[in-house]
Each structure stands twice: as structure tokens, then as C-alpha cells.
Ligand binder design. Structure first.
Ligand code: ZN
Length: 292
């Protein structure tokens, strides 16, 4: 990491010299006072390797940031290290998809350390220490939780749109209460599903929302309870990411889900085998790179 920082500084110095050399001539771009266009710049979606758990970090072309989930309690420092690694000094949006520890366990420390603008969580009661700890961090920062539910939508920046597609109603099961968002940038889109299971998938289909997405975060770490064939056909992704830890005790991802994805011609990426998965979109095409 140190060497890459040195490279970065060196490149910045070179760029500075370049500007210095050329600012002497009159070929600079005219200052029209209009905002710099971000067209063609990248939306970066990091499916962070947090072992058995989930966390997605989005950085938009204009530098806006959104964090969805933050891994388990033992990943707090890992999450803070990621924030440093990706130069995150502020989170415009944080979403805790549902109160399970493998999703919000690391969220308390992130909220303690990084300024947060807006936070969404579904209306679910939970009396776990993990959940209480997140609520305490939120309160300490003077934040107010906005209720995550289908129908919400916002622009993360000028060209990146977010639609919340679930939960469409209340469920007894906490997984089905998962906030599900679709992120659209130009002609490309991402569907990030938390641990939503078949009941929520069925309701999302019934809601008539446009579920099609190029990249699907496979629901509930590739459990049999999610990624029903009818849902997968509606989403019709080119790529899928499964957030799982090596040798997890749940047997995630399940072979039935892997073969279902394969049969639909979906290319699968996994945190347990490839580490953090970075998906970049320029608004028309998608590039994927993995840590290993
Ligand atoms: Zn989970």
C-alpha cells in the first residue's frame, strides 16, 4: 500500500509539472463557469471482501459515496482499513440492509469514524448487542434513520440514480426485510439484494419494478432461499457476485444456486475465491477486476 501511495504522489507531481509547463501557453480550456462533465467517467462498485458477510462500497463519477452494509463485528478494523484504502472521507449514503450481524456488525465503527450524511435501515425490531451498538453510534452522531422501503429513489449524483425496490411490505423474517436497491448509471445497472429471500423476490416481481440489471449481488450469500429462477430471469444479469467467506459453516453458496446461475449464462465472481471484486461502469460498459 505504501508503494502505491508513493506512486500516486509521484504521478500527482508529474501532473502538476505538466500543468505548470502548459499553463504558460494560451491553449488551456476556456473557463466557461459550467460544471465539469462527468460523462465517460466511472462509477466504481466494490464488493468488499469481509469474509462471511456482505458490504458494498459505491463511488460515483463525481466522488459521491454510498456504503451498503459493513460485514460482521470482527470486521470493524477491516472496514476502517477499506475506508482508508479507497480514500473515503465522507459517506453520502449508508444503508444497513437488515439487522443481521454479518451485515451491520462493522457499521458502528464506520459511523463513529466517518461523517455520514444520510442513513437508511428497514423498520425491524432487534434486541441484539450488534443492533443496539449501531443505533448508539447513529445517535451519538445526531443522525436520524430514514426507513428503508420500496418506492424511495434519489440521485446519488447527476448521473447515478438509486431506486429502492424492497422491502415492499412487512415480513416476520428479518432477511426478507432487507433493503434492496437498484443503481443505474447510463445504460448499466446493479441490483444489490442484501439477504432478501424468495418471498421478497416474489413481491418485487409483483410490484412491477424494472428488475433488469447487468450485475446482481446474489441474495443471501447464495443460499437456497434466494435467487429463485423467476427472479433471476427477471433480473437477467450478465454478472453475479456472491459475498461469502472461505469454508463458511452454512455451505454458501449452494450448488443448486451456482448451477442455476450457470444455466442462465451468468458469469459469477466470489469473495471467498477472488477477494474484493471491483466492478467499474463508464455508463455504457462494465469492467470487472478482482483482488486475486
Ligand atoms: Zn447475511
Amino acid at each position: 500500500m505504501k508503494s502505491s501511495r508513493i506512486t500516486y504522489v509521484f504521478m500527482a507531481m508529474l501532473a502538476g509539472m505538466f500543468l505548470f509547463v502548459f499553463s504558460g501557453c494560451s491553449v488551456g480550456l476556456p473557463d466557461t463557469g459550467t460544471p465539469v462533465s462527468t460523462a465517460g467517467q466511472k462509477l466504481k462498485v466494490y464488493f468488499l471482501d469481509v469474509g462471511q458477510g456482505a458490504s458494498q462500497l459505491l463511488v460515483t463519477p463525481s466522488g459521491k459515496t454510498m456504503l451498503i452494509d459493513a460485514g460482521n463485528n470482527d470486521k470493524e478494523q477491516v472496514m476502517l482499513d477499506y475506508m482508508k484504502q479507497y480514500h473515503i472521507s465522507k459517506l453520502d449514503v449508508v444503508i444497513g440492509t437488515h439487522p443481521d450481524a454479518d451485515h451491520i456488525g462493522g457499521l458502528d465503527k464506520v459511523i463513529d469514524q466517518i461523517p455520514v450524511e444520510t442513513i437508511y435501515m428497514p423498520k425491524v425490531q432487534s434486541n441484539t448487542k450488534t443492533f443496539e451498538s449501531v443505533l448508539k453510534s447513529i445517535k451519538n452522531k445526531g443522525l436520524k434513520v430514514k426507513t428503508a422501503k420500496a418506492g424511495l429513489s434519489w440521485d446519488l449524483d447527476d448521473e447515478v440514480h438509486v431506486d429502492m425496490l424492497a422491502p415492499t411490505r412487512s415480513y416476520d423474517d428479518s432477511n426478507n426485510m432487507s433493503a434492496v436497491v437498484k443503481v443505474t448509471y447510463g445504460q448499466t445497472s446493479f441490483l444489490l439484494t442484501g439477504d432478501a429471500e424468495s418471498a421478497s423476490e416474489k413481491d418485487m416481481i409483483a410490484s412491477g419494478a424494472d428488475l433488469q440489471a447487468d450485475v446482481l449481488l446474489v441474495g443471501h450469500h447464495g443460499s437456497n432461499s434466494s435467487t429463485t429462477l423467476s427472479f433471476l430471469k427477471k433480473v437477467n444479469p450478465k454478472y453475479a457476485v456472491i459475498q461469502v467467506g472461505k469454508g463458511n459453516t452454512y455451505g454458501h453458496p449452494k450448488s443448486a444456486i451456482l448451477s442455476r446461475l450457470q444455466k442462465q449464462g451468468v458469469e459469477v465472481f466470489r469473495n471467498d475465491r477472488q477477494g474484493t471484486v471491483e466492478v467499474d461502469s463508464d455508463g455504457s460498459s462494465i469492467q470487472i477486476s478482482t483482488e486475486r
